[in-house]
Design a protein around this ligand. Structure first.
Ligand SMILES: Cc1cc2nc3c(=O)[nH]c(=O)nc-3n(C[C@H](O)[C@H](O)[C@H](O)COP(=O)(O)OP(=O)(O)OC[C@H]3O[C@@H](n4cnc5c(N)ncnc54)[C@H](O)[C@@H]3O)c2cc1C
Length: 455
């Protein structure tokens, strides 16, 4: 964080971290155990569509708003705080992230507003061009909206950016929540349970065109790029939290007369997890700096890291859970909540395949973006990526993007990371289960580096 340009807020960050380690951890548990409930009507039968949240949700959201995670600011400093909050609770990250991202395309959002984003419809989320929600122009860029959206997270937000079909094609609209905005029901989700995700119906709701009519995808894509950065940050947070729980547990739990952290095979598992979490952290913060600097590197790196870090997270959390044995499978440990949360960032904001296809698209259409990615790599990491790029096609897109991600993380750990972590990362012989690092690495030190210094 210091390296990536956020040294001036270091004390503030440490204080925020210390605050989060207190009561907010319990708020995270409560907010998930008491998910939001939709109240569609009042007692007189009037439609109200109000969502009732547990107070713990409001306290956590207020913390994120107090730290200004929902408005533009220096990216690296925000990234560090976002990761810290997401280690405690991921659900509030969704409205904070969408509102922050909305600022990238709108300059008329009041400070206190929350802004959501509704693109996905029943017939498709990846293929948004198949959207059917209809925008009927009402003059001066205004329109009424008619139809449905199948996923609309944080539907209690004050306004939404929505894609709808206008006469000139798919267009982006700013839609305040008001008359004609109906919440049909809330989704019963695997994880992210503290957050509300709804299905909505638009019955003539008012909207204002943003950008050019017919260029909706082009308009909303900058918002999506920002929420993809937050997916990377959120998954990094999940890895860090799970690894902290695993190393802490194994530093205190004994089996066969010795602490788990001192058992050679467990050391290998833990060290491998620590290396993964550190690689995610270093690369996530480098990506955040690219947003601060408006760097061309951001274009391809966002999709590459969204794919890889989000994809690795369920494996990391699953392995960390197992380090706690049976206790890790039980709710009190907190690991089941992390595990349920772990796939979501790979799914939304463009699923894994969509990220890989986006990398291919950028390589084809924006050669400067690919060049900026390769230029970031150390000489020794370039050849493999250049070879993979030369043969890039759709069927092999995951192989390509994995190669790019691993090369980038190796470079960044060499350049900025702890030398022993960088060496262990390069010593990996494959990406199967964790715990297969080869001989000769200082495993105990790697684990020690990631073990929380609390009792
Ligand atoms: C908790 C949660 C909250 C959400 N909140 C919102 C929200 O607020 N607003 C919103 O707009 N959406 C939201 N979504 C929806 C989400 O963005 C979509 O689910 C996602 O984009 C995938 O779309 P889909 O579900 O229609 O799957 P599909 O588009 O049907 O895709 C299914 C699978 O096929 C893959 N695929 C698609 N096309 C190709 C291809 N050409 N080649 C290879 N593979 C392909 C995808 O990667 C995916 O794995 C949310 C989803 C979740 C889970």
């Amino acid at each position: 964080m210091r390296r990536e340009g956020a040294a001036s807020v270091e004390d503030e960050l440490l204080a925020f971290g210390a605050e989060l380690a207190g009561e907010p951890r319990e708020w995270g548990r409560l907010a998930n155990e008491h998910p939001p409930v939709l109240r569609t009507h009042d007692r007189y039968g009037n439609r109200i569509d109000e969502i009732e949240f547990h107070p713990a949700w409001d306290w956590l959201l207020a913390l994120g708003i107090r730290e200004r995670l929902h408005v533009p600011g220096a990216y690296v400093a925000r990234a560090a705080k976002f990761i810290a909050l997401a280690q405690v609770e991921q659900g509030v990250g969704c409205p904070l992230s969408m509102t922050h991202a909305a600022h990238s395309i709108l300059d008329t959002i009041d400070d206190g507003m929350l802004v959501g984003m509704a693109m996905t419809e029943r017939q498709g989320g990846s293929d948004v061009r198949a959207n059917e929600l209809e925008a009927r122009p009402a003059g001066d860029g205004e329109a009424t909206l008619h139809g449905e959206k199948w996923f609309c997270s944080a539907p209690m937000s004050d306004a939404f950016l929505m894609l709808a079909q206008a006469p000139a094609g798919l267009s982006c609209y700013f839609v305040p929540r008001g008359e004609g905005f109906v919440i049909e029901r809330l989704k019963d989700k695997l994880g992210n349970r503290s957050n509300a995700s709804g299905e909505i119906r638009l019955e003539g709701a008012w909207g204002r065109l943003v950008g050019e009519e017919g260029r909706g995808v082009r308009t909303i894509i900058e918002m999506v790029v920002h929420t993809r950065l937050d997916c990377v940050l959120g998954s990094t947070a999940l890895q860090r939290e799970a690894v902290a729980q695993a190393t802490h547990h194994c530093a205190h739990r004994a089996a066969f007369g010795k602490l788990l952290a001192d058992q050679p095979l467990m050391q290998n598992v833990l060290a491998d997890l620590c290396v993964e979490s550190e690689a995610a952290t270093v690369s996530a913060l480098r990506l955040a700096r690219a947003f601060d600097e408006g760097d061309e590197f951001r274009r391809v790196a966002t999709a590459v890291l969204k794919y890889w870090i989000c994809k690795r997270t369920p494996a990391v959390v699953g392995e960390a859970l197992e380090c706690l044995g049976g206790n890790g499978y039980v709710e009190e440990s907190g690991l089941p909540r992390l595990y349920r949360e772990s796939p979501v960032n790979a799914v939304w904001e463009g699923s894994s395949n969509v990220q890989c296809l986006d990398v291919l698209r950028a390589l084809r259409r924006e050669p400067a973006a690919a060049e900026a990615f390769v230029a970031e790599l150390e000489e020794r990491d370039r050849a493999g990526v250049e070879r993979a790029l030369a043969g890039a096609d759709e069927q092999g897109a995951r192989r390509l993007v994995e190669t790019m991600a691993v090369a980038l993380q190796a470079t960044l750990l060499d350049r900025h990371g702890d030398p022993a972590v960088a060496e262990a990362f390069r010593a990996r012989e494959g990406y199967g289960a964790f715990g297969t690092l080869p001989e000769g690495l200082p495993l105990a030190e790697l684990v020690e580096r990631h073990t929380p210094q609390v009792v």
